[in-house]
Design a protein around this ligand. Structure first.
Ligand code: ADP
Ligand code: MG
Length: 272
């Protein structure tokens, strides 16, 4: 578990004289063991934040702190799950997980690596598919391997960038429940930064939801999700509190979208 602090983050992409401000003065404090979702319209900079926390990119201004230490590049303390699974296609599910363990969490004996890999594949229900190659698995199964791999690395921080965005709705439900189970039942709860544009997914999974503005992205509002855990999706979605919080979240998002559309049309008229 770890704290994550985003301090005054700005990100300007640019090349050949043109520049584009993707993030502007983003501040966010994430507590140890928190499950926080970033939600916002496409292009508002959610993936950029994931890349800055994972250390794949460096901010133009500001800094990211993990347990008060500045991030200067990628490290084994942060595990990332992307929408497109990013497994090595030439390795079996088992080999993919073994590879991650060997290169990150300090287990050196081959027997211990294999035991741990098997444990995590069993946890995601894929023990029997350990020798399958990624291209022979369904999208949902590949994402389960990806999650097993990330948990097996035992990172302090779990970064997830729309991990279930490519899945059909049944697989999505299965994966959300699996993630909640792994997160709450694990040896120790991870600090999770989870990107989604799905309001129900954010409400089901999160302790808090950070709503972002359209580009350039900022944190518009942080919404506390007070529902007790473990959460039952059926009774939760029928409760009056859930319906009210969802309406509030939608209205914040909708208001942001409206402003963005109005600004675009003003810009357009100016150019014309
Ligand atoms: P999101 O994940 O919320 O959809 P991104 O973080 O991917 O948003 O992108 C934010 C904005 O920055 C988008 O307008 C995108 O086109 C732009 N952007 C992202 N990566 C680059 C890059 N490498 N070079 C230039 N612009 C980029
Ligand atoms: Mg994205």
């Amino acid at each position: 578990m770890a704290t994550i602090n985003l301090e005054n983050l700005s990100m300007i992409y640019g090349s050949n004289g043109s520049s584009y401000t993707a993030l502007s003065e983003v501040n966010l404090d994430i507590r140890k063991g928190d499950f926080i979702s970033l939600i916002g319209p496409s292009g508002c900079g959610k993936s950029t934040i994931i890349d800055l926390v994972s250390g794949l990119k460096a901010p133009t201004e500001g800094k990211v702190l993990i347990d008060q230490e500045p991030v200067n590049g990628p490290g084994p303390d942060r595990g990332t799950v992307f929408q497109d699974y990013s497994l090595f296609p030439w390795m079996t599910a088992f080999e993919n997980v073994c590879f991650a363990i060997e290169h990150t969490n300090g287990i050196h004996s081959r027997a211990a690596v294999e035991e741990s890999a098997q444990k995590y594949l069993d946890l995601v229900g894929l023990g029997k598919f350990r020798d399958a190659y990624p291209n022979t698995l369904s999208g949902g199964m590949r994402q389960r391997v990806s999650i097993a791999r990330t948990f097996s690395m035992n990172p302090r921080v779990f970064l997830m960038d729309e991990p279930f965005g490519a899945l059909d709705s049944l697989n999505r439900i299965y994966m959300q429940d699996l993630l909640l189970h792994l997160w709450s039942e694990g040896e120790r709860r991870k600090t999770v930064l989870f990107v989604t544009h799905d309001v129900d997914e954010a409400l089901l999974l999160s302790d808090r939801i950070a709503v972002m503005t359209p580009s350039p992205g900022r944190i518009k509002e942080i919404i506390e999700v007070p529902f007790a855990r473990p959460r039952c999706r059926k009774s939760l979605s029928a409760s009056a509190d859930y319906v009210a919080l969802k309406a509030h979240l939608l209205s914040v998002l909708y208001c942001e979208m409206q402003e963005a559309i109005e600004n675009q049309s003003v810009d357009h008229r100016t150019v014309a």
